[in-house]
Design a protein. Structure first.
Lengths: 305, 327
């Protein structure tokens, strides 16, 4: 394997990782602050992608499409939080899993109803298509590079918000002791709605960004949701830094595993066996990573003591 | 209290009478539909053992359902192509005999449950939910990329496996096999739930500290419960594969895990007969709503949401008027 390919795949892994972070951040915040496990997070990702595709088709502007994905997903988040999710905060996890699973069914079929079963297409804008020359003569897709940058900027913004702003202080306080900050006069239900909408908006944005590389279709959120769960478990539930480290780890492991493992097995196996063994193992690699982490740190890398 | 056993009896009798009527009326499709309900019920009874009795919220029971399916698929595939499953270090041949396939599936799913349980039970709560989900996904992706047995396309088997003295391709005879297995499983689960082990399991679900204080480690109890639960769901997987004569990675998908959970919840968690009622209700809904609208999952979702938010004892709890199974 050439060094160039390796660097390119590392960048791809990084791009995948930052997108996973956008998904996982919402999941881990919602769990950390409200104690809620939200399976419908993948549906918000899908909502974002469909909103972006619809707006891009109507206006032709990619930036407007991104704004739409963010706003629509946040709005959908506020709606389901207000009508359904807030009834689940005090319930046990089983009820939360079931209710949000029910929401997935409703969202997926509802989207199929409105948009049909065929995938929609969201094109990368002209000013972001093509490739860019990086140092050392590496040619890389401009759009993917833009995704990495957007993801890192959003991540930095999120860290800043949580560490430095009043809302962030309240969110952290809410993670520590819900009753106490309610007693101190913080409007806790407004805070919960805000956190949920924030997570939803990030998921929607991720959906739109990825939708331009892959296709926009019903059920697109589910594989990503499960990867985001793996990220959250590896990082430690409730920890934003954990989600970031976990997301990058998972992104790199998955992407590099897919290219490197078949090559690695090719060193001592015949090509066809190496390809099939490599493919099987690489599809399992992130789960093996998760098992490995849990064996040594059952509460995740950044989980409490 | 009195109403619930009556309800359970009525359910079992209905499950016997309906297919017999369908047989007389020559409606093989309805028999197959009821067979599906019975198989889903077995899968649900398996999950309910971990979830209802042990309080272990497993979101990855598709792993055992799928493994059972693939045990049947792989053994039958080798039997129909006359190739050995394994030729080194010792020869294992494929088989078309149902009892052998059942035993293999039960043992293997139980063993898988011990492995998954031993790792997952180091954690609890949400971690447990997500980890069991991740294990099932891992197997899902593994079977997709495992091209020897069809990969993503799955594996078709030409004829159903054999059971001595019966023609398994006849819907009513295959139904009889599944029904009897459901009865055996229900009896077994009932007996275990009343045994010393079952009582200790229920106690540790309610209060782990106390059960530890009387010298029963919850880990061993949970692991045993998880293994029994996985083995039962694995058996359901074999029956499902035999019913369709087809296995595919879909059996491992997280929708399958979610559906098995729906059977348990619709019927009522922690009740021996809950999953049976839930699976029957699910099939009835699928059949009637599916006939009304292509988008019947919306109604299923709305209904599930309603049950979770407002009717916590499930169908049996609703009719029998008791929210909690037994505490």
């Amino acid at each position: 394997m050439s060094l160039l390919l390796f660097i390119e795949q590392t960048l791809n892994g990084l791009q995948f990782g930052v997108m996973l972070f956008l998904m996982a951040a919402g999941l881990t915040l919602v769990f950390g602050v409200m104690g809620l496990i939200n399976l419908a997070h993948g549906s918000l990702y899908m909502v974002g992608a469909f909103a972006a595709a619809a707006v891009a088709a109507a206006t032709g502007s990619f930036l407007l499409a991104l704004v739409a994905s963010f706003v629509c997903a946040a709005f959908a988040g506020i709606l389901i939080e207000f009508f359904i999710i807030r009834r689940l905060y005090d319930r046990d996890h089983l009820d939360q899993v079931l209710a949000t699973f029910a929401l997935i069914l409703i969202f997926s079929e509802g989207t199929r109803w409105v948009f049909g079963s065929f995938p929609l297409f969201l094109d990368t804008p002209e000013w972001l298509s093509g490739t860019v020359m990086l140092p050392f003569g590496i040619e890389y897709s401009l759009y993917r590079l833009a995704i990495i940058l957007v993801g890192l900027i959003v991540a930095a913004g999120l860290f800043w918000m949580i560490a430095r702003t009043r809302v962030g202080i309240r969110i952290r306080a809410g993670e520590n002791d819900r009753e106490m900050i309610a007693v101190l006069g913080v409007n806790i239900s407004l805070l919960y709605t805000f956190v949920f909408a924030l997570g939803a908006a990030l998921a929607g944005l991720a959906g739109a960004l990825i939708g331009a590389i892959q296709s926009v279709q019903v059920g697109m959120g589910e594989p990503v949701l499960i990867l985001a769960f793996v990220v959250v478990v590896i990082g430690g539930i409730g920890s934003i830094s954990g989600a970031f480290v976990g997301a990058i780890l998972v992104g790199l492991t998955d992407t590099l595993g897919r290219t490197m493992l078949p090559v690695f097995f090719g060193l001592f196996l015949e090509p066809s066996a190496a390809t099939s063994l490599g493919a099987s193992l690489s599809s399992m690699s992130i789960y093996l990573l998760m098992i490995g982490v849990l064996l040594f740190r059952p509460k995740g890398l950044f989980g409490g003591a | 209290m009195r109403k619930e056993p009556l309800l359970n009896m009525a359910l079992l009798i209905a499950l016997l009478a309906f297919p017999l009527w369908a047989w007389v009326a020559d409606e093989p499709f309805l028999i197959t539909l009821t067979t599906r309900a019975i198989i889903f019920a077995i899968a649900g009874v398996g999950l309910n053992f971990a979830l209802g009795f042990g309080g272990l919220v497993s979101f990855g029971h598709a792993a055992f359902f799928g493994l059972g399916g693939y045990v049947m698929g792989v053994l039958a595939f080798h039997a129909q192509t006359y190739t050995p499953v394994l030729d080194w270090p010792f020869v294992i041949n494929g088989t078309k005999s149902m009892p052998i396939v059942w035993m293999v599936a039960i043992v293997l799913s139980g063993a898988l449950a011990v492995a998954i349980g031993a790792l997952s039970l180091r954690t609890s709560g949400v971690y447990f939910i997500m980890i069991t989900l991740a294990f099932a996904q891992m197997l899902y992706y593994f079977t997709i990329s495992w091209s020897t047995y069809g990969g993503e396309d799955g594996l078709s088997i030409y004829v159903r496996n054999d059971f001595p003295g019966l023609n398994t391709m006849d819907p009513i005879q295959y139904y009889a096999i599944c029904y009897v297995l459901l009865l055996i499983v229900l009896g077994l689960v009932y007996a275990i739930s009343k045994s010393a082990f079952g009582l200790a399991l229920g106690a540790s679900r309610q209060n782990e500290d106390r059960i530890q204080a009387v010298g029963q480690g919850p880990f061993g109890l949970y692991l045993t419960a998880f293994a029994i639960s996985g083995a039962i769901t694995g058996l359901a997987g074999v029956l499902h594969a035999d019913l369709n004569r087809f296995v595919s990675p879909t059996m491992f998908s997280w929708h399958t895990s979610g559906e098995i959970m729906i059977f348990v919840i619709l019927g009522g968690v922690g009740r021996v007969f809950g999953p049976v009622a839930g699976a029957v209700l699910f099939i009835v809904l699928e059949h009637t709503l599916g006939g009304l609208s292509e988008f019947w999952h919306i109604y299923l979702g709305a209904m599930l949401l309603g049950v979770v938010l407002f009717a916590r004892g499930g169908l049996i709890g609703l009719i029998a008027g008791r929210e909690v199974a037994h505490d």
